[in-house]
Write a protein that binds this ligand. Structure first.
Ligand SMILES: [Zn+2]
Length: 358
């Protein structure tokens, strides 16, 4: 019997928002409408077809990749499709909050999904720009709802520890308070985009949308979350959400964000979108560069992770670090065994056994 079946009424935790039993199962940490085409088989959007793959090295933040396209550059690491397929759905959890609160999250999602529908975004013309990126500001979408929606994504990922992500406890508490107060509102489930919800705490937000052609495969994007907090950053398919703790942090962002820091230039951009329900529409070249930087980074980190493991294992077996020549040889053999279809661990052992051939 799995852990999930063992949970019964008596040990269901309390919903951190309303205090009722957190009875909801299979809640999504990242809104389903954002990821559904990306995590499902052939991008069909069917809930029972969820698939996910992660790319990681031992010490590295994972990148959750869609099914149909894993980048060519990563092929040297072997058949990641089968080998690193996620065993369980990394985006969903049980018993984090209650079904009533889940319905309210869904209402927030539905409003955002309609206001920032992809076809609508693409058809926008003559928008103001910032560093060549169009700025879409939706004045019919009350900022309190937009704030609560974006905050709730970070909150859900934190409460659900998505890929080990957590918000700093005081920030998480503030968002919990926001959700608690807003969800008390009667008729929350009938909320409209132009309505206002009570919002105790606001945070500076920057939301961007990746460029994509209408017929692009939705699974080419991926999902990732940074462990850094200035800003907090989630990439969910084409949406990039940044949440800063304070206004002043928008002027001194520490994060490279795979090139986005320069393009977005938060210090100049933030005053233009402060307190608005907005989306920065990234150009094709900026989007491509972001993807490229991100992949390069993953490849470098993956390689570093393998080399570190080789050095560690060599030291254990032979009592000393390998020479550069030997390290390179083992790495090369490791890749060859991966290419031949061997799993990671076996390839590693075989690569060491190959030392006998030298
Ligand atoms: Zn609740």
């Amino acid at each position: 019997m799995g852990e999930k079946q063992k949970v019964n009424q008596t040990n269901i935790p309390k919903c951190p928002i309303c205090g009722n039993p957190a009875n909801k199962t299979n809640v999504h940490l990242i809104p389903w409408f954002i990821i559904k085409y990306y995590v499902t088989e052939a991008g069909g959007g069917a809930r029972d077809k969820e698939l996910s793959f992660s790319i990681s090295s031992g010490h590295f933040t994972r990148m959750f990749a869609g099914r149909s396209v894993l980048p060519d550059k990563l092929e040297e690491f072997g058949d990641l499709h089968d080998l690193e397929k996620e065993q369980s759905n990394p985006y969903a959890r049980d018993y984090l909050w209650c079904s009533k609160c889940e319905e309210k999250f869904s209402r927030l999602e539905a409003i955002f999904a309609v206001r920032f529908k992809e076809e609508k975004i693409r058809s926008m013309k003559n928008l103001p720009t910032h560093n060549n990126q169009d700025i879409l500001i939706d004045t019919g979408f009350d900022n309190s709802i937009y704030q609560l929606f974006v905050q709730s994504i970070f909150w859900r990922c934190s409460v659900g520890k998505f890929d080990g992500f957590t918000l700093d406890p005081p920030i998480e508490s503030k968002i919990t308070e926001n959700l608690r107060e807003a969800f008390k509102q009667p008729d929350f489930l009938q909320l409209k985009a132009g309505d206002q919800v009570s919002l105790v705490h606001s945070f500076p937000l920057l939301t961007s949308f990746m460029y994509a052609k209408p017929d692009d495969d939705p699974t080419i994007n991926y999902i990732m979350i940074n462990k850094a907090n200035s800003p907090y950053f989630i990439m969910a398919e084409k949406w990039l959400f940044q949440l800063f703790v304070k206004d002043v942090h928008t002027r001194s962002s520490q994060e490279w964000l795979y090139g986005l820091r320069t393009t977005i230039d938060a210090s100049a951009l933030y005053p233009k979108v402060h307190n608005t329900s907005h989306a920065i529409l990234l150009t094709e070249s900026v989007s491509n560069e972001f993807h490229k930087n991100r992949l390069d980074y993953i490849v470098v980190k993956k390689r570093q992770g393998i080399l570190r493991d080789i050095r560690g294992a060599h030291k254990q077996v032979f009592g000393r670090k390998p020479s550069i020549h030997i390290e390179h040889y083992i790495y090369k053999q490791y890749l060859a065994h991966r290419e031949a279809g061997n799993p990671e661990f076996q390839s590693f052992i075989l690569a060491f056994l190959d030392l006998k051939k030298l």
